[in-house]
Design a protein around this ligand. Sequence first.
Ligand SMILES: Nc1ncnc2c1ncn2[C@@H]1O[C@H](COP(=O)(O)OP(=O)(O)OP(=O)(O)O)[C@@H](O)[C@H]1O
Length: 693
Amino acid sequence: MRLLIRMSTFTHPVCWSKLRLTQTRTLWLDHRPSLSASLRRRTLSISPGLPGPLVSVLTRRSTISLHTHTPVASAASTAAGSVKSQEDSDRALTRSSVPVEDVRRITSLARPERWRLAAAMGFLTVSSAVTMSAPFFLGRVIDTIYTSGADTETMTSSLTSLCLMLTGVFLCGGAANAARVYLMQISGQQIVRNLRTSVFSSILQQEVAFFDKNRTGELINRLSADTAVVGRSITDNLSDGLRAVAQAAAGVSMMFYVSPSLASFVLMIVPPMAGLAVVYGRYLRSISKCTQEALAQATQLAEERISNMRTVRAFGKELSEVEAYTQKADDVLHLARKEAVMRAGFFGITGLSGNIMILSVLYKGGLLMASQHMTVGELSSFLMYTFWVGISIAGLSSFYSELMKGFGAGARLWELLDRKPEFPLNEGLVLPSDQLKGQLEFCNVSFAYPTRIEAPIFQDLSVTVPAGSIMAVVGSSGSGKSTLVSLLLRLYDPDAGIITIDGHNIRDLNPYWLRSHIGTVSQEPVLFSCSVRENIAYGAVDPSAVTTEEVYQAARVANAYDFVQAFPKGFDTVVGEKGVLLSGGQKQRIAIARALLKNPKILLLDEATSALDAENEFLVQEALERLMEGRTVVIIAHRLSTIKNADAVAVIDQRCVAECGHPTELLANRQGLFRKLMEKQAFLQEEQQQVLQ
Ligand SMILES: Nc1ncnc2c1ncn2[C@@H]1O[C@H](COP(=O)(O)OP(=O)(O)OP(=O)(O)O)[C@@H](O)[C@H]1O
């Protein structure tokens, strides 16, 4: 049975959730609510977007926003063919209006944080007021210096009091700004955290077929990048946007207040320049997006190859992989060159236009000063306001696109959050556990995988496994042995027919309850990248309640105790990515200990194959036999010894159970399918070797 997909060892919550998502089948077999608690403990901190100086605001913001897609996530998203989500983003960016429902949902996310956000807005008003009044008062300071004439004493005293007053005001402004940043950050993180846990919980509720259709990278992207984008839209973007609007309005008003004639002159120059900067900035952003996508593809290639390094090495593909990566890196470079040309032009033009604007203000302002219509302090204030208005207009242009991006990301999240799983995980009949006997029955089951409905796996398949017996399932590769196990676990539902446990249709049973009574050990068991102790305790309903002695006892019965104790850190040894620090047989025995701790009534086993050496095979076999005692066992058998010890063998062929009976009876039939299969798989040779020994 192939339950294993991919594992990674990261402590970053996003990587952690990736780890869990790539092992969804394992979680389904052993689902527990503590997962969301674990996720809570690992909630990510996101660094805030920083406001940039006048000229670089447009470009820098576009870069920041694109980088919020973590390399892994965006790589996966792009290469995973997440056309839909990309389309969504593009649509969100290009559409001119936003559905009211989207606005309502985004606002509802902020509701729990409303008081903190309201306080942040209050501090924002204070700090913006201080910022916008600073040029005016600084102009006063300059005028005090220049206009007090020879009276040094008067100048000193008014300068001192003015500066002291301004220091107090600036202190208040600084404190208000610090409080605003802190509150916005905390609110943003809280919103992202809530959103992430809801999305992760919604993903884990989905039926397994959902994971066949949706790629891990795409889901991780939603969990990491989309949640961050939505969180930022509500907090940073909103506050930056409001501040930009307020500062632009206040700046223009103050420019008119300080010098109406100079303000009218400047406002004739600003709009065409700002328009040019916005258009250029948009174009630059689209090129920069292509560069990021090319980078994502390169990163995806690197991620996949590095995480499968053993395969790369085993096939000696290091050089060709480097070549493939170089190709991708060249694509990035090619686009980056285009971007560099655009960027150079953008910075050149904006720098030039900024300087020309200042020069124009100085020229016109100088003329006004010469005609006694303006003081030096007023001209200084005016220049500072011009600067602030420039920054605010640049900020506004990115505010709109960031907000649209937030709506696009939100739409993808709602889709996931609103999705109802095909069958809810915690509904249905719960039988008294002590009365469970464990008789299994497949009655006329027909099934095709939802992703391949045109290729039925079973047609009218029927078989019974009496309580407490061992049923070996055999059949050629691809005949559907693992599928049988998946159906028993209710990872999928049959299209027709029923599967029963003690006469109860498993569709009527509570899936949590059902799975809590079924243990699984797969051929390549999935271990999480935590300690041996945690991996074993994972089998229990409440791992935190498992005592050390219980873990040791399970390990002893599973023949795992001695080798684990021999590790320098014993049971606290971290098993590494994909359990890489353990051998195949050791992983098997840890998985057996995990299943023992679960103490299930029904056991589904995929027997380890010849990958194990003789000693390991013996130890695993011995542990499995102990595990099987007193339980109903369905075992996908690969060894004759296992098949011979089974109470019955079911041979799957042509989408149904072609033969079923005691192994000796079936072997006796020379024309029988089982006999032929055994001969083909050289099981008989194995038996002859045993006889010779
Ligand atoms: N999730 C899936 N979606 C679509 N088809 C699948 C899925 N899993 C398995 N299949 C297909 O179903 C068929 C039966 O697969 P299954 O893994 O049950 O066979 P098996 O008898 O266990 O094979 P093996 O002995 O090689 O492990 C195969 O043709 C396989 O390609």
